[in-house]
Design a protein around this ligand. Sequence first.
Ligand SMILES: *[C@@H]1O[C@H](CO)[C@@H](O)[C@H](O)[C@H]1NC(C)=O
Ligand SMILES: *[C@@H]1O[C@H](CO)[C@@H](O)[C@H](O)[C@H]1NC(C)=O
Ligand SMILES: *[C@@H]1O[C@H](CO)[C@@H](O)[C@H](O)[C@H]1NC(C)=O
Length: 263
Amino acid sequence: MQSKSLFAFFSALALSSASPLRRRCSNSTVPTPTNSTTTPPAATVPVLPTTGSGTQLAGADGATLKHILVGHGIQNYTCTAADVTATSIGALAVLWEITDLYPGVSSSSLSAADFDTFTSKVLRTTSMPLNMATDSTTGADVAAPFPAPVDLTVDGLSAPIKFLGHHFFDSANTPTFDLSGADDGELFKGKKDANIAAPADADKGEDPITGAVDWLRLSDKGTSTGVSLVYRVWTAGGNPETCTDAGESQSIPYTAQYWIFSA
Ligand SMILES: *[C@@H]1O[C@H](CO)[C@@H](O)[C@H](O)[C@H]1NC(C)=O
Ligand SMILES: *[C@@H]1O[C@H](CO)[C@@H](O)[C@H](O)[C@H]1NC(C)=O
Ligand SMILES: *[C@@H]1O[C@H](CO)[C@@H](O)[C@H](O)[C@H]1NC(C)=O
């Protein structure tokens, strides 16, 4: 009965010392006041996607995620002979920031399903963002492939996504990401560490329907600024057509997510 006498003691104390307003709180059935400061939910940390089966790309080794981008452009190929698989000679793409669309990170976050198929949506519902050749050749206007930077409006998003830069292969055939739209002017010159096939249900492209290019892990070739690692994931389209002639060029529309990390 010790608790009962303690209760009596505290009740008496409350009655004798508390203000009238305070006295009402001495009724022990009144619920404990809830904490009025709202605790923010634990921050969601984006997780690098996997293809769902088979060998996966190596992880980011503790590197820090800086951006998730969507890229839209072309994969370029050349042919050595008829009936062979075309050889990749690089790519050209415009890049926009979609970090805030990752599920659970912001008020503009997409559902997981919409985020994972966002590249397919961009491929199918937005225009090719490059200056294309106007003569009889295929592909981009090689002298000036990129139009002036512009944010991209995508159906269903409350705001345009921010232009962040360009992806191209430089004169030494090095995959390059020039993130001129980032505050600190990041520049990545990469080398391919590994590639794995896109998931079987990836968007195979629409004109032509050739399949989604591989997922990739690219590490710093040594001269990058502010970026140490780039992954290409959630690819849509971009694979070559079978060659019809030696010397033939191909430029195949594609989109991909690029995950940009710094050491
Ligand atoms: C506390 O208040 C409730 C209703 O407000 C009342 O039913 C109950 O008897 C009170 N308890 C005590 C210990 O005063
Ligand atoms: C009330 O919220 C603050 C801020 O989140 C927290 O530090 C404190 O521990 C909370 N107190 C209780 C009783 O939950
Ligand atoms: C194909 O891509 C390469 C690498 O970025 C680029 O240098 C070249 O101009 C492109 N060619 C065409 C025709 O788009």
